[in-house]
Design a protein around this ligand. Structure first.
Ligand code: GDP
Length: 300
């Protein structure tokens, strides 16, 4: 957690300074609460979560003199209460043979890296993992997944040529994985958000065609979000929820982010499980999402 803490400490430094200037030896009155709300919104927690937190302060501490430490503790508690219901590790059912995880998200958010991290994690648990290079129009994406395949030892199902049908590739991957007795099938997808309609059609087709192979798949549809994009991450959830049935989130780049607060906004607005967080570029750089630790790190 050292890295996560180091990363969050950047957003934290701001929050901590702000808390200091707002509350040090001050009465928790309307003006102070308003400043607190603005500070939380500025730290990307979103209007709804900021409002909820400030209401909590109003109920329990209004009109009292509060110390810096008291505010921090109460703030961490309020944030942890918002995060706790969404902090849920991803459960893989080996009985699904394979458990299919469809991974979606805008290009650059860290989809491919997240797939590699999941592959590494499940292989370390002794599970057999395959990855499908479903972003068939981006040569770099396919090559990158192949490099991760070599590093993690997970087999990569790659298109025979660029531009091959992603849905067909996913279908073949599922069929092959069933025959080979694979436990987890991780399916990469395209993320060209500049053409929303085309992307929606492509993702929906992948899901439709996978279901022809097995009606129960995908068992999990993960949306990968880059924490450094702040409130953009919130809009991306809205867009992708319209395209496919998102079952959970992975938030990446929390090692270098000054925007860790967006995770609170996501939890408050969507209530989708946050299965894991990315804290670096290597296959080992993924952590389970822990509400209390995260809240504490955010507040500093
Ligand atoms: P994709 O286009 O969504 O598949 O994104 P990639 O997996 O290719 O990642 C885009 C860039 O973000 C790459 O340079 C990754 O190394 C980097 N990246 C991904 N996850 C993380 C993370 O958790 N932390 C950091 N610092 N970089 C990350």
């Amino acid at each position: 957690f050292a890295r996560l803490k180091a990363g969050l400490s950047r957003s934290t430094a701001k929050l901590t300074d702000a808390i200091g200037s707002v509350f040090l030896k001050r009465k928790l009155d309307d003006a102070a609460l308003e400043e607190l709300e603005e500070m939380l919104i500025g730290a990307d927690l979103g209007v709804a979560a900021a409002g909820r937190i400030v209401e909590g302060f109003r109920r329990t501490k209004f009109g009292r003199e509060v110390t810096d430490e008291e505010v921090k503790t109460a703030l961490a508690d309020e944030i942890a209460a918002i995060l706790a219901p969404v902090a849920r590790p991803l459960t893989i059912h080996a009985g699904h043979a394979p458990h299919v995880v469809l991974v979606v998200g805008v290009n650059g958010t860290g989809k491919t890296t997240t797939i590699a991290k999941l592959a590494e994690q499940y292989r370390a648990q002794g599970l057999k993992v395959w990855m499908v290079a479903g972003d068939t129009f981006r040569a770099a994406a396919v090559e990158q997944l192949q490099i991760w395949g070599e590093r993690t030892g997970a087999h990569v199902v790659a298109p025979a040529k660029m531009g091959a049908d992603a849905a067909g590739l996913a279908f073949d991957g599922l069929k092959g994985a069933k025959e080979a007795g694979i436990d987890v099938l991780l399916v990469d997808t395209a993320g060209r958000l500049h053409n929303k309609t085309a992307l929606m059609e492509e993702l929906r087709k992948v899901v439709r065609v996978l279901k022809r192979g097995d009606d129960a798949v995908p068992h999990t549809t993960l949306l990968v979000l880059d924490a450094t994009t702040g409130q953009n991450a919130v809009s991306q959830v809205k867009v992708f929820k319209e395209m496919v049935d998102i079952t959970g989130l992975v938030v990446t780049k929390l090692d270098g982010s000054a925007k860790g607060g967006v995770v609170v906004a996501l939890a408050q607005e969507f209530g989708l499980p946050v299965h894991a967080v990315g804290v670096g570029e290597k296959a080992a750089d993924m952590r389970p999402f822990e509400a209390r630790d995260f809240a504490r790190s955010l507040v500093g």
